[in-house]
Structure formats: structure tokens, C-alpha cells
Design a protein around this ligand. Sequence first.
Ligand code: FAD
Length: 385
Amino acid sequence: MTQRNEKSLTIIGAGLAGALLATLMARQGWQVAVYEKRGDPRVKGYEGGRSINLALAERGRHALRQANADDAVMAQAVMMRGRMVHSLDGRTQLQRYGRDDSEVIWSVHRGDLNITLLNLAEQAGASLCFHRRLDDVDFDAGVARFVDDRDDGHHDIGFESLIGADGAGSSLRAAMMRNTDLGERTDFLDHSYKELEIPPAADGDFMIEPNALHIWPRGHYMCIALPNDEKTFTVTLFLPNHGDPGFDSIRSGDDAMALFQRDFADAVPLIPRLRSDWESNPPGLLATLYLDRWHIDSRAVLLGDAAHAMVPFHGQGMNCAFEDCVALANHLLAGTDRAQAFAAFERQRQPDARAIQHMALENYLEMRDKVDNPDFLLQRELERS
Ligand code: FAD
């Protein structure tokens, strides 16, 4: 299949950004083809493998509204009106995000969200091609090579422009780097994360307050829990890689149980599979990706995590990726030359992405160390009044 059309787009990655951008462009009559390395999650179930739920904020909802996707997404979202801080002695305190429920954030299930956006993209007319992993790109010939990992089969596709929505480990970015120096730098955080689960209560309801983002701040480390609409919570423990406690010292499920009994005692009865979840879920790495350049003339551009992956502490990576989609769509639809559209997109979004990356790093300190500090809370109230 070859695409040679002024209004055609080849998107790599049918994750959150790829599916939203496909919807935005296909709705405007563009011919959009999306290539995704995994199988169709609507057929085999979601195999995303990380962060089961995500905090959706107004920035992201604004972008979803542009694609008429907000209603479908919000039908499955759980409202979080503030942080529920769990002190070491078991006391809890709700700190609202705003004055009332008009200023809240929402918890959405990554897999359900992805499926909703894929359905919308397909309804808008985008063509979705699964089991197509981008392997290499010949930018001079305008040909991208995809591999089907089930049988190692190769598929060569002609393209006008490639849009890289293929996440933090972007293969398009790697291919672009082989052609042009993008000025890539990745700063790994010396902390990683592990996901656990709070199941529903015996009566089928939530075990703890559902309309809050729960935080167990413990200085150098912390646990958080976000609600899912099937009445579970996804718990994420963020811990240094080294030290006490650190991922190098908490090796077994028993070690993890001892840590929780000491530092997160009120969470222990909520996580019945703590030991087995600990042993079966691998720790996830955390990093910030900086690029000096996001595009190569009219031939390729990156967005979302492929352009600016960030640590998750501000809950803004997806929200920022959604904003990228609207910005890139607007530049493409403005009808200027494609290279100019990509350059204008990069100029607009790069400073915003840098600012959010910085805030995300700062917020780790605030969440793990300051949200239970009376001086910090007083200062925050004074700033608000
Ligand atoms: P992805 O969602 O990673 O999608 C990339 C897609 O490309 C995937 O479908 C993948 O299979 C596909 N792909 C990869 N390689 C190839 C290839 N070679 N060929 C074809 N397809 C390919 N953000 C928030 O806004 N709020 C939160 O609360 C939040 N919490 C987070 C918690 C954790 C622990 C983590 C790790 C991240 C969190 N984020 C959060 C960030 C958010 O997950 C990302 O910013 C978001 O997923 C980026 O979307 P994306 O479409 O750019 O990339």
C-alpha cells in the first residue's frame, strides 16, 4: 500500500496520542493510516503493560472535546476531587484540588480509554493496521518497513510524512536519529515504580473513598492509589532504586510485605495479593526525554511521549500528548506547507512540554515529602486566599 496524497497521513502507534490524532484528522476528510505493533486490543484485550489508570485533567479533556471524544471517555471516568493523604499513624486528610467540584481531575482506565479512542478513529474513517511494528525507515526513498512479530513478515509502505506517536521508546525517533541528530538526552530518575491492586470490597463496592487520589507520603518515597470504575484501585509504589528502602533491598514479596507493614500499615489489608503482585509485576523505569528537534523537514515529526516523555508525578504526560494532537492537527489543517506545519508545531509545543516536564519532576518532591507538612499546607492555603 502506498500513500501519495496531499491529505494523507501515516501515524506510527495506535496508543493514546495516535488514536486521538487519527480521529481529529480523519474527521476533516484526511486519509489516515495508523500502524500499531501490538494486536487489536478490542479483539484480544488490552496488553499495554503499564499504569492501568491515568489522571485526566482539563487540558486533556479540552483536547478530547475537539474530537467529540469527551462524552465517551467521561462515561467511564471516576472523579477525584483532591488528594487523600494517609499519615503514618493511619489518619487521613482530604486536600481538595479546588474550591468545589468544578475543579477536579478524573481517573480513567488506560485500556478502556485506548479502545474508546480506537473506535472513534475507525468511525471517523481512519484505517488501523495492527501487528505492524515500525522497524526501519528509508527517508530518501519515502519507504517505511514494518514487521509482523507473529511471523517476522516484512511490509514496506510508501509515505508522504510519518507521525511518531509510538511512545517513549519510539522506533521512529531511532530511525530519525540515524538520519539527523535530534539532540536527544534521557535523564533517568534514580527511582522506579511497582504496581499493585486494591480489589473491590466483599459487597462489591470500593474499599476506600473512591473520589480521591490517595497518597501515602513517606519522605523519600511514596505510594499512590487511583480508582477504577470497576471499583478497584491501582496502587503505585515509587521507591529509590538503591538504599533502605530501595528496589535493590526489597527483593521478595515477603520483603515488600515487611515494608508495607512498617510504612503503609493501613494499606496492607487493602492489598490481599501484595506478595504475589510484587513478585509478578516488574518495576517500571522513570525518565525524562529531551530533544532539540522533533521533526525532519516534511518527512517526519514526533509527538507525545515519543517527543517528550516525562516522569508521571504531575499526571500530565497523556494530557500533554492530547494537547500535542490538537496543535499538530491545527497546523496541518491550516493548509501551509507540511514542513512549515511541523516546524510551527514544534515551536509552539516544545516550550510547553519542557515546562510540564520540569513541573513533573518538582511534583515528586511535593507529593512524597510535603503534602503532610503543616507549614507547606498553610502556605498553600495563603496562596489560594
Ligand atoms: P503511548 O501511550 O506509549 O502509545 C504508544 C503506542 O505506540 C503504543 O500503542 C505502542 O504499542 C505503539 N508502538 C510502540 N512502538 C511501536 C513501533 N515500533 N511500531 C508501531 N507501534 C509502536 N499521564 C497522564 O496524563 N496522567 C497520569 O496520571 C499518568 N500516569 C502515568 C503513570 C505511569 C506509571 C506512567 C509510566 C505514565 C503515566 N502517564 C500519565 C503518562 C502517559 O502514560 C503517557 O504520557 C501517554 O501514554 C503518552 O501517550 P503516547 O500515545 O505518546 O504513547
